[in-house]
Design a protein around this ligand. Structure first.
Ligand code: B1M
Length: 212
């Protein structure tokens, strides 16, 4: 592995914010593509954190410290990532579903969508169906994007779609979903209009939903 990518990876595993920040900047200066820094450095390390957590070697505090180091690195990479986006347009309302506090993937999707020329209204985390409905009424977005990282919270996606239907708003907004436990099959099953497995494909999916 390239030495700066290795330093990013190790810095996230160790939860060392400063090490991650300087390695991200050095990797950019060394001319590595932002996509490689993202996927082979930052995202790959978060995958390992998940494995360590599952194996009982890391607990929530370690996971949180690593997540902060990742988020900090991501913020530094943001200006470089957004430059690479495909141009498109539309308004996307984005949020992590009720009961779920994971926001790194959602933030990344938001960054990439902005880079793709979309206006993104980020509602944050733990967004209950009624709050999505209220925001759809308020902002009239083209797309409602929901993220979920827990198998126990992804069920809130279908509740949100049902709440949109009950409010008579379902026909006015396309629904796009994603997050580690979410699949294309699940998206079809609950009647979402689009699904994306990662942030770059989220831009493509959103563009398709906009008819581009
Ligand atoms: Co949590 N956590 N966590 N966690 N956490 C997972 C998700 C888990 C898989 C870890 C594990 O067991 N291996 C597991 C879920 C198990 C399950 O449901 N099957 C888990 C658990 C159990 C928990 C707690 C319940 C732990 C506890 O308290 N006992 C707890 C729940 C808290 C809550 O939400 N109510 C919890 C807490 C936390 C922290 C707060 C410590 C922290 C989150 C910090 C934060 O987000 N600000 C955390 C973290 C960091 C993780 C892991 C390690 C990493 C998640 C991440 O950021 N990945 C995760 C393990 C893993 O995923 N390997 C884990 C990197 C990110 C870039 O990827 O989010 O998948 P991801 O996003 C991708 C795609 O999914 C997609 O694009 C993104 C970019 O490519 N995508 C979309 C995401 N949203 C999209 C939306 C779209 C389209 C694409 O359209 C709208």
């Amino acid at each position: 592995m390239e030495k700066n990518l290795e330093a990013i990876y190790k810095g996230i595993i160790d939860g060392n914010q400063e090490a991650v920040a300087s390695a991200v900047l050095l990797a950019v200066q060394a001319g590595l593509s932002p996509q490689i820094i993202l996927n082979e450095g930052l995202v790959a390390a978060m995958g390992e954190i998940g494995r360590l957590f599952e194996a009982g070697e890391y607990y929530v505090p370690e996971m949180l410290i690593s997540a902060r180091a990742m988020q900090n690195g991501l913020n530094l990479l943001k200006p470089h990532l957004v430059e690479t986006g495909v141009k498109a347009a539309g308004v996307v309302l984005l949020g992590t579903v009720g009961g779920d506090l994971h926001d790194i993937g959602k933030n990344l999707v938001g960054m990439m969508l902005r880079g793709g020329g979309f206006e993104v209204i980020d509602l944050g985390t733990d967004i209950k169906p009624e709050k999505y409905v209220e925001a759809v009424r308020q902002y009239s977005p083209d797309i409602l994007g929901m993220s979920a990282l827990l198998t126990t919270t992804m069920t809130n996606m279908v509740l949100t779609i049902q709440a949109l239907e009950s409010a008579g708003l379902r026909g006015r907004v396309k629904v796009m979903i994603g997050g580690a436990p979410v699949t294309e099959d699940y998206a079809q099953k609950i009647g979402a209009d689009g699904y994306a497995p990662d942030a770059s494909l989220a831009v493509k999916t959103a563009s398709v939903l906009m008819g581009r």
